[in-house]
Write a protein that binds this ligand. Structure first.
Ligand code: UDP
Length: 472
């Protein structure tokens, strides 16, 4: 049997007053036909990184909605996770593909896990490349299989993509964070764009009174006499922690007492983390104003919450990014973010909401100085970011999108209600648009958008986006 991660059950009503009612009511309606359906989510780790964060939040809420949902982990040894990390990097565009022996390690592990996957479900949701070959190497039974790809595979290493591509045949649907991440020759016909979301009730995101947050960070040595900039990320080259240090040094020339906190977790499926951690420690050894924290020394959800709340600025200088939950987490706390223009980050900060997008270390350093010198502008950015997250990136919206997909895929007797089936989607970014701020009349229909930016892109070339199967 695959290992089951234990989670609780949470009522949707717990979100009243936090998430807009229209989203909650939409989700209750969308999930109704799935009551009693059996769903399993399969991934590689219960701790570290965005996927485990998401499943930890989503699985209890699914169960609260009456959808019988399990979370299972594949097993793998160090050699397997070295291979999957290499595959992950290659799919994000790194040059080095897997060797024949490494492919063997990957496939042998898939077979083992497929054999251990004994239970029957109505829907199997496979997260990311680590468990992706379980369908090809195992039994389909009568389930609908969905591949949820969280990473940016828009420009993958060609060799590794062809290898993985062959293993994806047979999936009933694929879910990506953004249209740009979908490789053109994906062998799965039904592709949905469903960005992730954060759980506003989790210990990481719940309202934490400022005095408590202050006490928590003071206890680990943060000095509130001086401004504080923080990046919270796995120690991973794509998150560019060394670039953050350089940007900080540029900023410190103008803000001499500036503190930098680098908070990083070690994900169980990420063998490169400790090497990057060593590099970060080496680069910051003689700098008392730079502090490096990890989950291994006890900096966990509540500390992350406090950092995201009390930092003057949060930085997320990613070079490649799937979504970057940390951005929504910081914005939800009203803290402005300076972030790399990568992957799903611009989606979270569309129309300039929440902060500043940057393309270089120099720009990042200059933006830190600019926002520290203009706290009113920084506060206004933080407030606009929080509103964007409230409407687009809180957990119930994610479950609404998924419920709609599962019902559409069949496997339950009942059909979605008309309101759910016709929920408008932004044809540019693919997101469901539950509250209508941005609209456009096109060909006698009203088209809805999540942001002015998407509306502008659509106006420029409507055919490009409508050809992709968008639903006005
Ligand atoms: N995280 C954490 N502690 C850390 C670093 C990261 O709890 O020291 C969490 C972070 O708050 C976020 C998740 O790990 O919820 C990272 O997700 P994201 O989508 O930003 O990046 P990923 O690691 O999936 O690439």
């Amino acid at each position: 049997m695959l290992h089951t991660v234990e989670t609780g059950v949470r009522s949707i009503e717990a979100y009243r007053g936090v998430v807009p009612d229209e989203i909650l009511d939409g989700l209750i309606e969308a999930a109704e036909p799935l009551r009693g359906a059996r769903v399993v989510h399969v991934n590689a780790t219960a701790y570290g990184g965005g996927v485990s964060e998401l499943l930890n939040a989503a699985v209890p809420l699914w169960n609260g909605l009456g959808v019988v949902t399990d979370w299972k982990l594949i097993a793998g040894d160090d050699a397997f996770f070295r291979v999957t990390k290499k595959l992950h990097n290659a799919l994000q565009g790194a040059a080095e593909p897997l060797s024949a022996a490494e492919r063997e390690v990957y496939l042998a592990n898939a077979e083992k896990n497929a054999r251990a996957f004994e239970e029957r479900y109505d829907y199997v949701v496979i997260h990311d490349p680590q468990p992706a070959a379980m369908l090809a190497r195992g039994r389909r039974n009568s389930a609908r299989w969905i591949w949820r790809c969280h990473i940016d595979t828009g420009e993958p290493n060609a060799e590794d993509w062809q290898f993985l591509r062959g293993l994806l045949e047979g999936y009933d649907a694929a879910v990506y964070t953004m249209r740009e991440f979908v490789p053109p020759d994906l062998p799965i016909g039904n592709v949905q764009i469903i960005p992730p979301a954060i759980d506003p009730l989790s210990p990481k995101n719940l309202e934490l009174p400022r005095h408590l947050a202050h006490q928590i960070l003071a206890w680990i040595g943060i000095d509130f006499e001086h401004p504080l900039v923080t990046q919270i990320s796995r120690f991973d080259r794509w998150k560019d922690p060394l670039g953050v240090i350089e940007a900080y040094r540029i900023a410190r020339e103008s803000v001499p007492n500036l503190q930098l906190a680098l908070v990083g977790s070690m994900a169980l499926d990420d063998p490169e983390g400790s090497e990057m951690y060593r590099q970060v420690c080496a680069a910051t050894r003689n700098e008392p104003l730079i502090r490096v924290f990890t989950n291994l020394t006890g900096v966990s959800n509540i500390e992350v919450n406090a950092f995201q709340r009390l930092s003057d600025l949060v930085v997320q200088k990613s070079i490649r990014e799937g979504f970057g939950l940390v951005v929504s987490e910081a914005l939800w706390k009203g803290t402005p973010v300076i972030a790399g223009r990568a992957g799903g980050i611009p989606l979270q900060m569309a129309d300039g909401a929440g902060g500043v997008l940057v393309d270089s270390v120099a720009e990042c350093g200059a933006s830190i100085v600019r926002l520290l010198e203009d706290p009113d502008a920084a506060r206004a950015l933080g407030a606009s970011g929080r509103e964007r997250v409230r409407h687009r990136f809180l957990l119930p919206r994610l479950l609404f999108d998924f419920a709609k997909l599962l019902v559409e895929l069949g496997g339950t007797e009942r059909r979605p209600t008309a309101a759910v089936a016709q929920a408008p989607r932004d044809p540019v970014c693919g997101m469901t648009v539950a509250h209508d701020t941005f609209k456009l009349a096109h060909d006698g229909q009203i088209v809805h958008f999540c942001s002015e930016e998407c509306r502008r892109r659509f106006r420029k070339n409507p055919r490009r986006f409508l050809a992709g199967g968008a639903t006005p």
